[in-house]
Design a protein around this ligand. Structure first.
Ligand SMILES: [Zn+2]
Length: 197
């Protein structure tokens, strides 16, 4: 889904994670979760801005194997949430740092999971992240990209319209708008529960 949707989704996750902690810690955990949810899309946002600065349609030069693509594949790797979780469980960290690590890992995981369910459009197959770096080789006959596996054998939904290069990319599909509204409502409910607990 869109980066702003990942941010909105991170808020209730951060609030739920911080339920047993006091107010200053709540802010820190929610912020860590939001940062985690944004990290995987940093290369995509940078690529978008570079295309705008260079006066070309966003993502018009996107191709598998380019630096942008490899960076995006790495930032969407499961290692990005597995490694911080290993640190959380196996390294002696002080309580505050441990919560920041856990919040960031949960934010990254939520991004990875949402992308696995929402990137399955055939039209984007060549330029989508595999969500399995470094285990996805990209060669025919080997492990397919995770989003397409989900779309084919499980549940998958394509969050983008089938844009032609140079078209307006700002449109959001109705389901994603409903998702955003639900996450916002959930955040408000969790915040109220938190205030009155
Ligand atoms: Zn993403």
């Amino acid at each position: 889904m869109k980066t702003q949707t990942h941010v909105i989704t991170a808020v209730p996750i951060g609030l739920a994670l911080s339920y047993s902690y006091s107010l200053p810690m709540t802010g820190t955990i929610v912020a860590a979760t939001i940062v985690g949810a944004v990290i995987p899309d940093i290369p995509t946002v940078a690529q978008y801005l570079t295309d705008i600065v260079k006066h070309r349609p966003p993502f018009s030069t996107e191709k598998e194997g380019t630096v942008w693509f490899i960076t995006k594949d790495i930032s969407h790797s499961p290692l990005l949430w597995i490694l911080p979780l290993l640190v959380y469980f196996f390294f002696p960290l002080n309580a505050e740092v441990a919560l920041i690590v856990a919040g960031t890992a949960c934010g990254i995981f939520s991004h990875w999971l949402i992308d696995a369910f929402t990137h399955c459009g055939e039209e984007f197959k060549n330029t989508d992240q595999s969500l399995l770096w470094p285990f996805h080789s990209g060669k025919p006959g080997q492990i397919p990209k995770l989003g397409y596996l989900f779309g084919k054998y499980f549940v998958g939904w394509e969050y983008r319209y089938n844009y032609k290069i140079g078209e307006d990319l700002s449109n959001t599909k109705p389901f994603e708008k409903i998702w955003q509204a639900t996450m916002l409502a959930l955040s408000i409910i969790l915040f109220l529960i938190y205030l009155y607990k």
